[in-house]
Design a protein around this ligand. Structure first.
Ligand code: MN
Ligand code: MN
Length: 312
């Protein structure tokens, strides 16, 4: 099996069956290094539904994806065997069953020592993915959380599990190490000052848009904390971007980053052991000209390049 994207010079990019980056679609047991899969679940959103449609839309947008990173100077597909392993089974009307299925799907890949990138879905799908990773690595993992929101909020409508509480559960369940966790792109308004208490209690490093923009950007990038060789996960909520750059999302917040700023942050991350990651909260129904899906594809590409860096 050749784990290379279908050539756009052989089959035009608007043709052929849509898979992530035009890669082969294979079963989870095949011999690849990184599996990309969709998690088409949005049963835990608090505002606009529709993220369930992101995996198929991101596959389509990724037809324009290419492998060579100009700044890094290598092609991700020369270093890693990457495959589209389809969509994770979910139950659209049952949250509990869905989380069990997501965890079991990730287990299959992790048992074979594979890495993965998941395309959500709402942000709550990150929680079962982290549960699988905690089991595989037998310790809380490093966690880089790109988001406008803290997602450490309390229960809503009497329900503990929703897309705004996954990060709190991840910390409380010991899935991620708070001292090896950053939340980046955070901005207000918040419901109240209390929303900041959780991060304070666990000493989680919160990097706001103000922190990113108030001084020299290059100096900021240099000061990003190092995760070294520690197994680390990146969760990319597309609403870290300003709605001008990512209109297609469930809970947009103005005053966000540009797509270019997000790219620069990815390239400055000191992460040598990216074990898995996700892109979540893309909502195609609110998107225009695929702006948001394309930004999601780019985040996937930057994460693949971080993974390739270890074996390059
Ligand atoms: Mn989020
Ligand atoms: Mn968010």
């Amino acid at each position: 099996m050749q784990y290379k994207p279908l050539s756009g010079r052989e089959f035009p990019r608007f043709s052929a069956i849509k898979t992530f980056f035009r890669l082969p679609h294979v079963g989870t047991q095949e011999k690849f290094d990184v599996g990309i899969f969709g998690v088409p679940y949005d049963g835990a959103v608090s505002y606009r539904p529709g993220a369930r449609f992101a995996p198929s839309k991101v596959r389509e947008a990724s037809s324009l994806g290419r492998g060579f990173h100009m700044e890094r100077g290598y092609s991700v597909f020369d270093h890693l065997k990457v495959a589209d392993v389809g969509d994770c089974p979910i139950v659209p009307i049952d949250q509990h069953q869905t989380y069990e299925k997501i965890e079991a799907f990730a287990d299959q890949l992790l048992k074979k020592k594979k890495r993965f990138l998941a395309v959500g879905g709402d942000h709550s799908v990150t929680l079962p993915l982290l549960r699988a990773l905690k089991k595989a690595h037998k310790k809380p993992i490093g966690f880089i959380h790109f988001d406008a929101h803290l997602d450490t909020y309390p229960a809503a409508w009497g329900c503990e599990y929703h897309h705004g509480s996954f990060a709190r559960h991840a910390v409380e369940e010991g899935l991620v190490a708070p001292e090896k966790m950053i939340q980046i792109g955070i901005r207000g308004p918040l419901a109240s000052k209390d929303d900041l208490e959780f991060a304070k209690k666990y000493k989680i490093k919160v990097i706001t848009v103000e922190d990113i923009r108030k001084g020299n950007f290059e100096a900021f990038l240099k000061k990003l904390p190092s995760f070294g060789d520690y197994p680390t996960y990146i969760s990319y909520d597309v609403d870290i971007l300003d709605p001008a750059y990512a209109p297609g999302t469930g809970s947009p917040v103005v005053g966000g980053l540009t797509t270019y700023e997000a790219q620069r942050i990815f390239r400055a991350l000191k992460v040598k052991n990216l074990v898995a990651g996700d892109v979540v909260e893309i909502n195609p129904a609110y998107d225009h000209s695929d702006i948001t899906s394309l930004a999601g594809v780019d985040a996937l590409f930057e994460m693949l390049c971080l993974m390739a860096q270890k074996s390059s």
